[in-house]
Design a protein around this ligand. Structure first.
Ligand code: PLP
Length: 393
């Protein structure tokens, strides 16, 4: 297939794409082809509009009155918008803080529920913040951190394990981990399971309820398009909520924050996982961006994600394999998240070179180029353009 054939095929696929109209909801500069939605989603028109309204009306005019009128309820409201994207029941997800802080809360809660156990098991290839946070929890609680490759997690779980934690879609390779197998193994040894869904929510299906997981955390600024520094979220299984405590129990976690009572009484529901004041502007942007998910469903999103990444891998085989590029993501679509990673010795310079020409991807040392393919705004035509730039930078 020549690149002309690829262009023709892309035109046909784009014409059949049911999600194509959603691209209009994003304000991506005309001279940019964007493949970094797995790190920072682009600006939605709705976020711009809502942020403008929040600043001019809710903040400037309504001032402190906006807390009662609008803002206090936002963490729960936004949590309930994220819940269906990860298969969570209403009122089991709340939006707050960042993923690192929420992971700390979840791990501490899990360890608190399993007294006497001595180990935390983690995927050694997890995103570094997850490793650092798990290490800090282990150090604080006098536990050992057992870090093993994903395929060895199940074998590393034992009666000593308090909690197992892993990221569902590997941030480098996009490998989808066996959520059912790992969760079941954790439970069969009496351990709890915390999933990081940073590269899952908004791109890859996940069913917290069916999988019967215990806790999950994830980012608001990747496939959820909440904007730079958008708040993260935390999920707690309803069966654990009443008995779960968390160690960052600030006033927003209190049953009645505005009683200003000096003794702490945890909120009855998921609000007990809050800590302090919500970051209103960031959360407004996230809430606005999440609107788009009400116009589609995760099956359509997943189908297009598989279509885009598969189309790219087909072109990789034809144009890039054997020319210094290696495929570092799974070929099997059922094992692949929504980005594709290529190894290339000069990857850093190439990513920078392409970025200067408006084709934006990212690089992770030592030699990995990552191309995020976001079904809400990327097209098959974008992918042909990407391959053209990789073939002849
Ligand atoms: C798997 C994973 N977890 C966590 C984070 C970041 O967490 P935080 O929101 O605390 O910066 C990232 C960022 O890329 C990530 O890929």
């Amino acid at each position: 297939m020549s690149l002309i054939d690829a262009e023709n095929m892309a035109r046909t696929l784009d014409a059949q794409d049911v999600l194509a109209p959603l691209r209009q909801r994003f304000d991506i500069p005309a001279d940019v082809t964007y493949f970094d939605g797995n790190s920072l989603g682009p600006l939605t028109l709705r976020s711009r509009e809502v942020l403008h309204h929040t600043i001019e009306h809710e903040w400037r005019e309504r001032l402190i009155r906006s807390w009662d009128e609008e803002w206090l309820a936002m963490p729960a409201r936004v949590g309930n918008m994220i819940a269906p994207l990860i298969g969570a029941a209403p009122d089991t997800v709340i939006s707050c803080d960042n993923t690192s802080i929420n992971l700390h809360k979840a791990l501490m809660a899990a360890v608190g529920l399993r007294p006497g156990r001595t180990e935390i098991v983690i995927d050694i290839n997890n995103f570094p913040t997850d490793i650092y946070i798990a290490q800090s929890v282990a150090d604080q609680m006098g536990l050992s951190l057992i870090a093993v490759p994903a395929q060895e997690i199940i074998g590393a779980i034992s009666e000593r394990t308090a909690v197992v934690t892993a990221t569902h879609v590997d941030y480098r390779s996009a490998q989808i981990l066996d959520a059912a197998g790992i969760t079941t193994a954790a439970h069969s040894h009496g351990a709890l399971m915390v999933w990081d869904l940073a590269h899952t929510a908004g791109a890859v299906p996940f069913d917290a309820t069916v999988l019967n997981i215990d806790f999950a955390v994830g980012c608001g600024y990747k496939y959820l398009n909440g904007g730079p520094g958008a708040p993260a979220y935390i999920y707690v299984a309803p069966r654990l909520l009443q008995e779960s405590g968390q160690t960052l129990q600030g006033w927003w976690a209190h049953e009645a924050p505005f009683d200003f009572d000096l003794s702490f009484r945890p909120a009855p529901g998921i609000a007990r996982f809050l800590t302090g004041t919500a970051t209103v502007l960031s959360m407004k942007s996230l809430e606005a961006a999440l609107d788009i998910f009400s116009e589609t469903n995760i099956e359509a999103i997943r189908a297009k994600s598989v279509g885009l990444t598969g189309f790219f891998i087909g072109l990789f085989d034809e144009y890039l394999a054997g020319k210094g590029f290696t495929l570092e993501s799974p070929r099997a679509s059922e094992s692949r998240g929504s980005h594709v990673a290529l190894g290339f010795a000069g990857g850093k310079a190439l990513v920078q070179h392409m970025s200067a020409r408006g084709v934006i991807a990212d690089f992770r040392p030592p030699d990995l180029m990552r191309f995020g393919m976001a079904p809400l705004y990327n097209s098959y035509g974008d992918i042909v353009k990407l391959v053209e730039h990789l073939v002849a930078p």
